[in-house]
Design a binder for this molecule. Sequence first.
Ligand SMILES: O=C(CO)COP(=O)(O)O
Length: 137
Amino acid sequence: MNIALIAHDRKKEDLVNFATAYRHIFADHSLFATGTTGKRISEATALSITRFLSGPMGGDQQLGALVAEGKLDLVLFFRDPLQAQPHEPDISALIRLCDVHDVPIATNMGTAEVLLAGLKNGAFDFRKKETYGSREE
Ligand SMILES: O=C(CO)COP(=O)(O)O
């Protein structure tokens, strides 16, 4: 599966800890991330991560483009609900595209825990069906 990892600044430590705890699972998948998040996680875990621009510079939009192209199966986005972001429209656009394309997205660690459990037990097999990620309308 192709998994995107994103965290706002005050949530980065949580995501680094999460990625460290589940390193053995993430190691079996292809990982993508916004710039600073990807740097922090790869430094902490030595996982191989394809990094895009930092979020405020367009990284959320780059990951959104992958969602639109059917190239992401799961998005783990630890958002900061207590701090306004200058690139809020980009964030909304990424979440919207996940909804458009039925891509599972966790915006907090609790949901991420559930989705990771699903990743282990085959709940993501639906992503292998041709109907997902190949919409043209
Ligand atoms: O701002 C972000 C997501 O909206 C994350 O970007 P960075 O990983 O570059 O900090």
